[in-house]
Write a protein that binds this ligand. Structure first.
Ligand code: IMP
Ligand code: MG
Length: 191
């Protein structure tokens, strides 16, 4: 890995206080929208787990959790839409108010695929909360119900998001100066 992705070359896009404030707001909004119900949070591994851990601690309603492990295959700098499920859900989502928790919506291809798979299992409702949304990169018609931050077309890492499995541990969301060609990584490291 070259200098382009060494830690010191990563610029902060969202600092910890901005993230914390927005996650609190999302928690309040979701708690109000799901009042009287128990949403089933489905976290998409691996990128979403830190966001999900913070989000659930900002809910004032009861929620259950499950995780879906996926790997998105890439072509150049974008996901191809070919998705492999590496860890299935533990519990049935039939009749549940499912809220999928994603780290980032980029082309939208990964979520379009997940939406198709999950909806065949008859949830009562199916919604998406994503921490980050790169609307300008959208290739398919997918919209998140809750968005933490709209971000520009930059490649971001930290707060659970990786580049080639690196940088998930960073507390801030930072960006790489140049958009990486992800072909060499072969996989986007599991959403
Ligand atoms: P999609 O293009 O919406 O299908 O996004 C697929 C996956 O690519 C996301 O779930 C992330 O794992 C990954 N991804 C997209 N953009 C970024 C980024 O800027 N940083 C890290 N991962 C990303
Ligand atoms: Mg990833």
């Amino acid at each position: 890995m070259g200098n382009a992705s060494s830690e010191s070359s990563l610029e902060v896009l969202l600092d910890t206080s901005r993230i914390a404030r927005r996650v609190r707001e999302l928690g309040a909004e979701i708690s109000s929208d799901y009042h009287g119900r128990t949403p089933h949070l489905v976290g998409v591994l691996k990128g979403a787990w830190i966001f999900m851990a913070d989000l659930i601690r900002n809910l004032s309603i009861e929620a259950t959790v499950d995780f879906l492990g996926i790997q998105s295959y890439v072509a150049g700098t974008t996901s191809s839409g070919e998705v492999k499920i590496t860890k299935d859900l533990d519990a049935s989502i039939a009749g549940r108010d499912v809220l999928v928790v994603e780290d980032i919506l980029d082309t939208g291809r990964t979520y379009l695929y997940l939406q198709g798979v999950l909806s065949t299992h008859q949830p009562r409702s199916l919604k998406l909360v994503t921490l980050l949304d790169k609307t300008s990169r959208r290739a398919v018609p997918v919209k998140a119900d809750y968005v933490g931050f709209q971000i520009p077309n930059v490649f971001v890492v930290g707060y659970g998001l990786d580049y080639n499995q690196q940088f998930r541990r960073l507390a801030e969301v930072r960006f790489l100066r140049s958009y990486p060609d992800l072909n060499g990584t072969s996989l986007l490291g599991g959403a």
